[in-house]
Design a protein around this ligand. Structure first.
Ligand code: GLU
Length: 487
């Protein structure tokens, strides 16, 4: 299947755009087809410098590299490759002109000289009559001579499609199912603007035909324009591709996803430290349901499991708690050495000793089970590199039935037990054995020993377990941190 993603370079890639691209990419991969990236830069007034590059980079970050069209070269610069180019619409104006001329010749399109003032007046009058705004076809009445004369005099004009108003257009959308549109409700859409640039409606039809697109995946906001597009395919005598309109992403209150309530740019999520695996997994599950209880999907697993018939018609609410959960899950899946390598520079920036720390990987492993974002690592590992601030209130713990008065006694028992482990034998196994036998002989509960030890070593309410932390600090350091509480 040849699928495509054709963003307009008007800003950052949004979550909804990335999800649409993901669906198109998955369909191409699933069918061993081609995923094409085209840049729809025909609205020069809305174009943002650097946006195209940013969008391509974001797709590559997410793992959705294009096979054809606009892509990054080895040096990370935007280039294009493929036999149906150019893939920037602004470089295809002659193509659109050729096809508009064809529509004019076959009388599927006509010149319109109406000024924007006249169109405004018309629209206001229609609104006053409670009619849907629609071009009143004044220019369709012009004689051929009149049109030629006005064109020859250089009068500003657009080209509109002539919609067969008596027709009914039936189509089956891959997600929305069978749809029926009445011709009389469809406006004579502008195809070519007065500046010689095509509108989206014309340009994507021409391009999707010439670029041999089999399946159009695009946002639901285009659904109401679908009949215009199908009429254009017919006017050209071309077979239309299949269409799958992807439902909207919604805020919690079920309004359309907006900046006011959420971060909408993928860029924001990258900056916050989300893993591409987590964001992709999250977006896939927004509106698509695998039909099983599986929640963690790699791109490869998505390729295998994805199908459009399991995409819901209704909008999907952005559940950021789910995203964070997925982020945590994907953090745990990173191979240990890779995880350690990723966080080492961050930790070393704050604690230079980390850069030559022979125990770094083991210490990193301890936090991999708990971390959500890489930048949390320096703080989560701080007690390995500096003496933590510890309060008596933390060590004493009513839930564990440890009073402040108990603290010196408990910690001196621990001190005694750990002192018996030799320096050379200091390891998780030996530390565990020593503490377990203390628990067994002291008649105290596990928590009454392990809580105060862990608190004294880390100064934190939450951290990896006492055995692990103690074994990854030196024996001297452990005994020093305990000693302070024994008076
Ligand atoms: N340029 C259009 C947009 O950004 C593309 C829609 C489509 O996928 O055809 O919304």
């Amino acid at each position: 299947m040849r699928t495509r993603f054709p963003p307009s370079p008007t800003g950052f890639l949004h979550l909804g755009g990335l999800r649409t691209a993901l669906f198109a990419w998955l369909l191409a991969r699933k069918t061993k087809g081609t995923f094409t990236l085209r840049i729809e830069d025909t609205d020069k007034t809305r174009e943002v410098a650097g946006a195209a590059k940013n969008i391509v980079r974001t797709l590559v970050w997410a793992g959705l590299s294009p096979d054809e069209g606009v892509m990054l070269d080895a040096a990370g610069q935007v280039t294009e490759r493929g036999e149906y180019g150019p893939y920037h619409q602004s470089k295809r104006l002659d193509v659109y002109k050729k096809y508009t001329d064809q529509l004019l010749a076959s009388r599927h399109a006509y010149h319109c000289f109406c000024t924007s003032e006249r169109l405004d007046q018309m629209r206001k009058a229609q609104e006053a009559r409670k009619q849907a705004p629609m071009y009143d076809r004044t220019c369709l009445e012009l004689s051929e001579e009149e049109v030629q004369k006005r064109l020859a005099s250089g009068e500003k004009h657009v080209i509109r499609m002539k919609v067969p108003r008596e027709e009914t257009i039936c189509v089956t959308d891959e997600i929305y199912g069978p749809l029926v549109f009445k011709g009389h409700t469809i406006d004579d859409q502008v195809l070519m603007k007065s500046d010689g640039f095509p509108t989206y409606h014309l340009a994507h039809v021409v391009d999707d035909h010439l670029m041999k697109t089999d399946m159009v995946n695009r946002g639901e906001e285009w659904l109401s324009s679908l009949p215009k597009h199908l009429l254009l395919f017919r006017a050209f005598g071309w077979e239309p591709p299949r269409y799958a309109h992807v439902p909207l992403l919604l805020n919690k209150d079920r309004t359309k996803l907006s900046k006011r309530q959420n971060d909408v740019a993928v860029e924001d999520y990258i900056r916050k430290g989300y893993l591409p695996e987590a964001l992709i997994n999250f977006l896939a599950l927004l509106g698509w349901n695998p039909g099983t209880t599986q929640e963690l999907f790699s791109l490869q697993e998505l390729i295998d499991a994805f199908s459009l018939d399991r995409v819901h018609k209704s909008g999907a609410v952005l559940d950021l708690e789910k995203l964070d959960w997925l982020q945590g899950q994907w953090m745990r899946k990173i191979p240990v050495q890779e995880f350690a390598a990723r966080i080492k520079p961050l930790v070393a920036e704050k604690f230079p000793a980390a850069s030559t720390d022979s125990k770094f990987s083991e210490r990193a492993t301890l936090i991999q089970e708990r971390i959500t974002f890489f930048p949390e690592a320096p703080d989560m590992l701080s007690y390995f590199y500096e003496t933590p601030k510890v309060s008596l209130d933390l060590i004493a713990n009513s839930k564990q039935k440890i009073s402040k008065e108990d603290v010196p006694k408990i910690l001196s028992l621990i001190q005694e037990a750990l002192s018996r482990v030799s320096d050379a034998a200091w390891s998780l196994r030996e530390v565990t054995t020593a503490l377990e036998s203390l628990i067994a002989t002291s008649g105290m509960k596990k928590g009454q020993i392990l809580w105060p030890l862990r608190a004294a070593l880390t100064g934190r309410e939450y951290s990896p377990g006492a055995y692990e932390v103690a074994s990854l600090l030196s024996k001297t350091e452990v005994l020093d941190r305990i000693k302070k509480w024994i008076v």
